[in-house]
Ligand binder design. Structure first.
Ligand SMILES: *Cc1c(COP(=O)(O)O)cnc(C)c1O
Length: 464
């Protein structure tokens, strides 16, 4: 055995204690860690002949990379939609690494990891009050979840024309309708050969909305002359967290033949609170739903789930079966996740989610969601009150989309604000206006954080 490897194995306890201590130091100081940095990292491009051993590698990491790590898992990183990690999720994630299972079947000898995943899916659907007829699994993010759901939708579309697209390739134009799809859905359409430019854009509802306009949806459907189609709807658009009218969409199902997908990456968490669950009313009737776990569930990257109606399981298997490998057996006899999603070998991604769900329960998540909305509203209040800023859209849930009174100052303002390292927000375009988004999905964020940030915003504004 290589002597470094042998030695590391002998001192593994010491290594893990060092890492644990470093982890605690990071987390204890997370609220003070800068959310941006101007420091640059010196590049290394050659691997040394002799390894350093883990302790010396840790020292290198601490010299070169650690000081440049921004507090993106902390309470004031409001850019994109960036969640943190609960204590239970950290524990589950560490154990997923230690046990290092290749999560596949739920039946194979000693393979409990598939069972843990199936159980976690049940826990999540219970958290969201979804019916039991969804089959689900873990993928690396909402992008891959959208990809998985839309792959099954593609296969469904082919079946409407007696074609097997998974086997024979796509031989028909696939009709896709959507109003405000997330960029990752377009990327998925590109990856699936459906074509990202082939989306028929439905108008948005009247008023300051991003949700689809049901009247225009019907018009666009009528123009398809009875052709089947895929509808991509939103439970939470990224700019304003607007929700499509799922009950209205559901009533169209009796009239038209379509696959209904909902991207509920973070908006799906509205289901956790009786105050906000009306936003997703009717979503349980969809064919497929995307939910991200590394956003509002607050588990580490990379974690998301798909929910696809069980009645489509054959279509799903046709899309993903790994059946050419004889040693894996007949996919119909032995359930294995590898026949139902893009990856073959897989980490036990369900474990952090299982830990956090078991640890905090329905009430824990109800409160987490409500706390995040409460800080969102207090931030929105500041934007409404202060004469230098204005809201670009109503606040539906957990994101504030705003601009400056003088829109031309948005870019320099944001650049200076982010450079303080006290907060991080992302620029956006909303209905042709330059704006800024602040999204709240981290359990650590408090109203004190909002006060700290708003004080900073006032200072930056005065300096412009
Ligand atoms: C974040 C997000 C995605 C993409 O998710 P990843 O986890 O980054 O792959 C898709 N849809 C919506 C609505 C999102 O907010």
């Amino acid at each position: 055995m290589n002597p470094q490897l042998h030695h590391d194995n002998q001192i593994l306890q010491e290594i893990l204690q060092l890492v644990q201590q470093q982890g605690m130091d990071y987390l204890d100081d997370l609220q003070n860690r800068a959310t941006s940095t101007a420091k640059v990292v010196e590049k290394v491009d050659t691997l040394q002949e002799e390894g350093l051993g883990t302790i010396a590698a840790l020292q290198q990491f601490n010299q070169r990379f650690e000081p440049v790590m921004v507090g993106s898992s902390g309470p004031r990183y409001w850019g994109f939609v960036t969640g943190g990690t609960t204590p239970a999720a950290i524990a589950g994630d560490w154990l997923a690494t230690i046990y290092d299972q290749n999560t596949q079947s739920a039946k194979g000898a000693g393979d409990v990891s598939g069972l843990i995943e199936l159980e976690t899916i049940q826990l999540l659907s219970s958290l969201f009050n979804l019916p039991k007829d969804f089959f689900g699994g873990f993928v690396t993010g909402a992008t891959l979840s959208n990809f998985t759901c839309l792959a099954v939708a593609r296969q469904w579309f082919g079946k409407q024309k007696d074609k097997d697209f998974a086997k024979d390739g796509i031989s028909e134009k696939i009709h896709v309708l959507s109003a405000t799809p997330h960029s990752s859905s377009l990327k998925s359409l590109a990856m699936l050969g459906i074509g990202s430019a082939n989306v028929i854009t439905v108008e948005v509802a009247e008023g300051n909305r991003e949700a689809l306009n049901i009247v225009d949806l019907k018009k666009k459907i009528a123009e398809l002359n009875g052709e089947p189609f895929i509808l991509i709807s939103s439970a939470g658009t990224v700019n304003t967290v607007d929700f499509d009218d799922f009950e209205a969409i559901n009533t169209l199902r009796s009239e038209y033949n379509f696959w209904w997908h909902i991207d509920a990456a973070f908006g799906g968490f509205a289901a956790c609170s009786p105050q906000y669950s009306h936003l997703v009313k009717g979503w349980e009737n969809a064919d497929s739903i995307t939910v991200d776990c590394h956003k509002w569930l607050n588990v580490p990257y990379e974690s998301a789930v798909f929910f696809i109606k069980e009645q489509h399981q054959l279509l799903q298997m046709e899309s993903f079966q790994n059946a050419n490998a004889a040693y894996l057996g007949n996919p119909l006899d032995n359930f294995s996740y590898l026949n139902f999603l893009p990856e073959n070998s897989r980490r036990l991604k369900a474990l952090p989610a299982w830990f956090t769900l078991m640890s905090y329960g329905k009430k824990g998540y109800q409160q987490l969601i409500q706390d995040c909305v409460a800080v969102t509203l207090s931030f929105a209040d500041f934007i409404e009150q202060h004469p230098g800023f204005k809201l670009l859209a109503p606040v539906w849930l957990n994101t504030v989309c705003f601009t400056l009174q003088n829109e031309e100052l948005v870019a320099p303002f944001l650049q200076k604000l982010n450079a303080t390292g006290k907060v991080f927000m992302t620029p956006t375009q909303y209905k042709g206006k330059k704006g800024i988004r602040a999204a709240f999905v981290n359990w650590r964020t408090t109203t004190e954080d909002v006060e700290l940030v708003t004080a900073e915003m006032i200072k930056v504004l005065e300096l412009l």
